[in-house]
Design a binder for this molecule. Structure first.
Ligand code: 5GP
Ligand code: MN
Length: 357
């Protein structure tokens, strides 16, 4: 019986009636000044769901500003209305003004303000705005006024779709909104190949498709729009930098600033590299360490019951989802790799790598 209940509840995006009522009271009335923010190193889901929320809220009459902490990857440049997005690093004063004047702040595709770096401090300083969470990461900060926290949703875009349809009706999902949401759903599910692929998600995709969006073109815009140097960097990383541990079941790769310069690295060029070792049949877990100016960004991926959210939280001060997580390291690349190898050993010894699906 409990199993049946679990199965049935996965068939729909079950939004809490209490959260919906609170969201309706807040967002379906008089026009407000709204800010939508999303996480550092914004990806297709962060950008797609933020812009879709902006679109639907603007259509209702609100005045909406979308802000991300730093620049998005160049292959998202084509998304409709992305030119309205403020980048906190380069549009600092405008962004601060929008946050200070906001009556509502919506955090999309992030579970706490620490994912916003300095933008998080500016938001924390606005003590009067109502805070809304629209997110699918594990372990959300519980202090939001209205919470839509759904780790069982494959993307924030799917959650945003459900909220927009509930609050403003399916008519609010115009072709522009559909295109923005589809980018989020497609990228966070690895083009519909990861977990949490529910019938309800495909029904939502059917609704998006019915608006006339060009799905193959969206795929090409995102996945077939890289530079030649990015293709060569990918070959280099897999051939020269991928190392394996524990009889070829754990992989890691690293990229230094010098290597990135050599291949004319642009933000977003390393997207997807960390997934590639998992194309090897017996691989269970993969990591990539990317050197930044003052820290190393850690990205982790896994298969089945190997929980990299737990691994990231325990060893790299981060988190995310069970099969895709990240964190940061503040020591050298050599020390980061040594720490990873020792942490994987501990993880393996306690049986966390051999958990059955
Ligand atoms: P990516 O490897 O693509 O940067 O991140 C994978 C997932 O982990 C994403 O859902 C991302 O939001 C989450 N994530 C990445 N870095 C961090 C981090 O430092 N802290 C937390 N809590 N989540 C992270
Ligand atoms: Mn996401």
């Amino acid at each position: 019986m409990p199993f049946l209940f679990f199965f049935v509840s996965l068939q729909r995006m079950n939004l809490s009636q209490e959260s919906l009522k609170a969201a309706r009271e807040l967002l379906c009335g008089a026009p407000l000044r709204v800010v939508v923010v999303s996480h550092t190193n914004p990806d297709g889901d962060a950008i797609g769901s933020s812009l879709a929320l902006r679109e639907a809220l603007t259509a209702h009459g609100h005045s909406v500003t979308c802000i991300v902490p730093n620049r998005y990857p160049y292959y998202l440049d084509w998304i409709p209305n992305i030119q309205h997005l403020l980048i906190f690093k380069s549009d600092h004063d405008k962004a601060v003004e929008a946050v200070n004047n906001a009556e509502v702040i919506i955090c999309a595709d992030m579970s706490n303000l620490s994912r916003l770096d300095e933008l998080g401090d500016v938001i924390a300083a606005n003590a009067t705005a109502k805070r809304v969470l629209v997110d699918h990461h594990l372990s959300p900060d519980p202090s939001f006024d209205v919470m839509f926290s759904h780790p069982e949703s494959s993307s924030t875009a799917f959650l945003a779709y459900s909220i927009i349809a509930e609050l403003f009706g399916k008519e609010a999902v115009t072709a522009t909104v559909a295109e923005q949401l589809y980018v989020g759903m497609m990228t966070d599910t690895g083009n519909f190949s990861f977990s949490f692929l529910t019938p309800e998600l495909f029904r939502a995709v059917a609704d998006l498709s019915a608006t006339g969006i060009n799905i193959p073109q969206i795929y090409n815009n995102v996945y077939n729009s890289f530079t030649e140097s990015r293709a060569r960097l990918f070959g280099y990383v897999i051939n020269r930098k991928m190392k394996t541990l524990h009889k070829g079941t754990v992989a890691y790769m690293s990229l230094t600033e010098e290597e990135m310069r050599r291949f004319w690295f642009q933000q977003g060029d390393s997207e997807g590299f960390v997934n590639y070792p998992l194309t090897i049949k017996k691989m269970k877990m993969s990591a990539i360490f990317i050197e930044h100016h003052d820290f190393i960004r850690v990205s982790l991926r896994s298969r089945g019951n190997v929980d990299v959210d737990e691994f990231a939280r325990r060893y790299f001060n981060g988190g995310g989802h069970k099969n895709a997580a990240g964190g940061k390291s503040f020591v050298t690349m050599e020390e980061t790799i040594a720490h990873y190898i020792a942490s994987v050993k501990e993880f393996v010894e306690e049986g966390s790598l051999s958990k059955k699906d």
